[in-house]
Write a protein that binds this ligand. Structure first.
Ligand SMILES: *Cc1c(COP(=O)(O)O)cnc(C)c1O
Length: 372
């Protein structure tokens, strides 16, 4: 036996058998999954401009992180980093943890979610209901260090912030960009003028931006992020050491630092959206679509309306695509609770006027003295 063999901690053949079985389990889960709907919305103020929203809340784990979690497990397995019986850990503001816990259960692994203690209670309950453990950290800036501690003790770190951008197959394989373009094929404007998404790990914007170039499509990518986010600061200065100069109450996006997966070069514009506008838009989406979606879907909707108003002013027609990132029922006790909003000094009311006028007349006019 050579030195390489002697260094193997496990019986190599049975370790490989388990890897193959785990990869087959992920492939079967993918085969059982339906694609998510691309919902169409026609707004009276925008004749000739069609809005489409990809309903990522429809995944079994309720958010676009279902795609990411599947990719991260597959990436860990194919890199030989995930073994039978190994504990799995990741740092997450909630949605990723729910999806990763779901896949851990599917694969028969135990999962630890390191999350800020201020995460929406409903998300914490969902992670625990899937049999995972939540390690709650008081200071949100310390989640990465805590996840690294678990990894140092032997856990497999899925590392969404480090790996999201590369774990997804950007050339296709039914990634979110390929799926959108395919679903638009029969529409009047099948090549959208804009695709709008947020930036949490940066994985979605990286995948979409690369795919648009790869397919040579004349579509521009807009990242919609909370005002003052690190992505917005870093994108405009091209500095990777940029820091957010405001905090946000919108979960999943608006990171405080430039994450490793933030690719500035593939993003054509950044829309900075105040939290109160995002919340107002999430409420409006419920009226328009008959279902609740989370705050980051509202952020996206605001950017869509701003881009559409600019298109309308220039006399352009076409389509704008965005994402409904997660289910709104997760925020019943936060963004959809008027008492919680006033306790957090968020007033969506002035923005409702802005949104309703824009939807009706196609013009974007911010409330006077609007902040946050
Ligand atoms: C993660 C997340 C995003 C951003 O997606 P990334 O691909 O991580 O940049 C937006 N909204 C919600 C609710 C999320 O969980």
């Amino acid at each position: 036996m050579n030195a390489w063999r002697r260094n193997q901690p496990f019986d190599d053949a049975s370790a490989r058998d388990w890897e193959h079985a785990a990869i087959a389990t992920l492939a079967r889960e993918a085969a059982r999954s339906a694609d998510t709907h691309l919902l169409k919305l026609d707004l009276p103020g925008f004749p000739g401009i069609a809005f489409y929203f990809k309903d990522e809340a429809a995944h079994p784990t309720g958010s676009l992180k279902h795609r990411l979690a599947r990719s991260l497990y597959l990436y860990a397995l194919c890199n030989g980093r995930l073994r039978a019986g190994q504990r799995v850990v990741d740092a997450s503001s909630g949605s990723t943890a729910i999806s990763e816990a779901w896949f851990a259960r599917l694969l028969g692994l135990s999962f630890v979610a390191v999350m800020p203690a201020c995460t929406a209670p409903q998300k914490i309950r969902e992670v625990q209901a899937l049999g995972a453990t939540c390690d709650l950290v008081d200071d949100p800036s310390e989640v990465a260090a805590r996840a690294a501690e678990h990894a140092a003790r032997g856990a497999c770190h899925l590392d969404q912030f480090g790996l999201a951008e590369r774990a997804t197959d950007w050339r296709g394989n039914n990634n979110i960009a390929e799926s959108i373009i395919h679903q638009l094929a029969e529409e009047t404007a099948p090549v959208p003028r804009w695709i709008v998404c947020g930036a949490g790990t940066g994985g979605t914007s990286a995948t979409i931006g690369r795919y648009l170039r790869y397919r040579r499509l004349d579509t521009r990518l807009c990242v919609a992020d909370p005002a003052g986010s690190a992505f917005a600061r870093g994108w405009s200065s091209r500095r990777r050491d940029a820091r957010a100069d405001a905090t946000t109450l919108i979960e999943g996006i608006g990171r405080a630092r430039v994450e490793p997966g933030f690719l500035f070069e593939v993003v054509d514009t950044v829309a900075e959206v105040p939290d109160a506008a995002s919340v107002a838009a999430a409420w409006r989406l419920e009226t328009l679509l008959g279902r609740r979606y989370g705050g980051s879907s509202g952020t996206n909707f605001v950017a869509c309306l701003q881009l559409a108003a600019a298109m309308r002013e220039r006399g352009e027609r076409g389509s704008i695509v965005s994402l409904l990132c997660d289910r709104g029922d997760r925020y019943a006790e936060t963004l959809f609770d008027p008492a919680w909003l006033s306790a957090h000094d968020l007033d969506p009311r002035p923005w409702w006027t802005t949104l309703d006028r824009c939807i009706a007349e196609g013009r974007w006019q911010e409330p006077c003295g609007a902040e946050r």
